[in-house]
Design a protein around this ligand. Structure first.
Ligand SMILES: *[C@@H]1O[C@H](CO)[C@@H](O)[C@H](O)[C@H]1NC(C)=O
Ligand SMILES: *[C@@H]1O[C@H](CO)[C@@H](O)[C@H](O)[C@H]1NC(C)=O
Ligand SMILES: *[C@@H]1O[C@H](CO)[C@@H](O)[C@H](O)[C@H]1NC(C)=O
Ligand SMILES: *[C@@H]1O[C@H](CO)[C@@H](O)[C@H](O)[C@H]1NC(C)=O
Ligand SMILES: *[C@@H]1O[C@H](CO)[C@@H](O)[C@H](O)[C@H]1NC(C)=O
Ligand SMILES: *[C@@H]1O[C@H](CO)[C@@H](O)[C@H](O)[C@H]1NC(C)=O
Ligand SMILES: *[C@@H]1O[C@H](CO)[C@@H](O)[C@H](O)[C@H]1NC(C)=O
Ligand SMILES: *[C@@H]1O[C@H](CO)[C@@H](O)[C@H](O)[C@H]1NC(C)=O
Length: 262
């Protein structure tokens, strides 16, 4: 009995020692999507957060060195020209085990699989982050969308190729007034035209897939017109999608008339 307890204890303390000397390296598990010409932070951390400033920290993509930092100093000679003036590590962050890479003035050719590595005298640890730099078009609808008074309607709009816009601003407008604004990951009601208050929704589960279709509740004849969906941060040729809404008053009126006739 006593012997068993002793063995368990020693196993536990052995693991503890291994964990403190061998940090885990963790990259963001989600692929990162970023917009052309903007900047992005590729996340990479040590846990527990050991000081990495006196070690070698290296980011690579394929065979290309993106950035190399040794003993708290950049080694620019090793760096591939493509990335040269556009990368940064924070030396202060390195002391807290934060090896995240800042990549700025993004190019479409920055798309790829990035490897974050910590190299010390007796260990090498690494993890990967996928980055996509996008330039999608915003697509509305060539066909007008038709609805009857009192119905809910979906105004279709999406990004082609699909692009995760959840961290970007999305604006829906009609005739220069705001129908719906999505900003900082949520609906921003400040600029919304009073006519549309409490009647507009985006589909949360779809935004990550680049689907920014708008649900408009309880439509009336006053809702008719040309709608624009717009993602200001994009740099593509087509940043605005157009959708025409036509509202038919007939059906509802007829129904009401029939219902009340006797
Ligand atoms: C990691 O460091 C970067 C700077 O390189 C900083 O922007 C980011 O906020 C840091 N992350 C955390 C969790 O401190
Ligand atoms: C990253 O991209 C590579 C191919 O470039 C793929 O094999 C891998 O599954 C991707 N990882 C994630 C987390 O998307
Ligand atoms: C747009 O708004 C202006 C004034 O705000 C108005 O004169 C015009 O008729 C409107 N156009 C449409 C198509 O609703
Ligand atoms: C919108 O909904 C909120 C919460 O349900 C309510 O307090 C507010 O009065 C509504 N505004 C309008 C203009 O209907
Ligand atoms: C879109 O990006 C957000 C924020 O980075 C992330 O939380 C979400 O999982 C992504 N969605 C998809 C479908 O990739
Ligand atoms: C966008 O989402 C809406 C609501 O779920 C759906 O009706 C529509 O088909 C989706 N559009 C695309 C292009 O996936
Ligand atoms: C729908 O809108 C009309 C005005 O256009 C309003 O009178 C009615 O109460 C609304 N119905 C609902 C369920 O909000
Ligand atoms: C309502 O009445 C019109 C004729 O007045 C008829 O054509 C139509 O089919 C009726 N609709 C219903 C739902 O009964």
């Amino acid at each position: 009995m006593d012997l068993t307890v002793f063995v368990l204890l020693s196993v536990c303390s052995h693991q503890f020692v291994t964990e403190t000397t061998q940090p885990q390296i963790i990259c963001s598990s989600e692929p990162v999507q970023a917009v052309y010409s903007e900047h992005v932070l590729l996340q990479c951390y040590l846990t527990p957060p050991l000081n990495a400033a006196s070690e070698t920290v290296k980011w690579t993509r394929g065979n290309d060195v993106v950035i190399l930092c040794q003993n708290g100093k950049y080694n620019p000679g090793a760096q591939r020209e493509h990335f040269e003036p556009r990368t940064a590590l924070s030396l202060e962050a390195l002391t807290k085990g934060n090896l995240s890479l800042m990549l700025s003035s993004l190019k479409l050719t920055d798309t790829g699989r990035y490897k974050c590595s910590l190299i010390t005298e007796n260990l090498e640890k690494s993890c990967y982050v996928n980055l996509t730099v996008g330039e999608s078009d915003v697509i509305g609808s060539d066909e007008p969308v038709k609805a009857n008074v009192g119905e809910d309607v979906i105004l279709p709009c999406h990004l082609e190729p699909p692009f995760n816009v959840s961290t970007l601003t999305v604006e829906w407008k009609r005739n220069k007034t705001y129908v719906h604004v999505y900003r900082s990951m949520k609906h921003d009601p400040n600029q919304q035209n009073t006519h549309f208050i409490n009647r507009t929704y985006l589909f949360c589960d779809e935004i990550g897939k680049g689907n920014i279709s708008l649900l408009l509740r309880n439509v009336s004849k006053d809702d008719e017109g040309l709608y624009i969906c717009y993602v200001p941060k994009l740099h593509s040729q087509v940043r605005k999608g157009k959708i025409t809404l036509e509202v038919d008053a007939e059906k509802h009126d007829t129904k009401q008339f029939n219902g009340s006739s006797k």
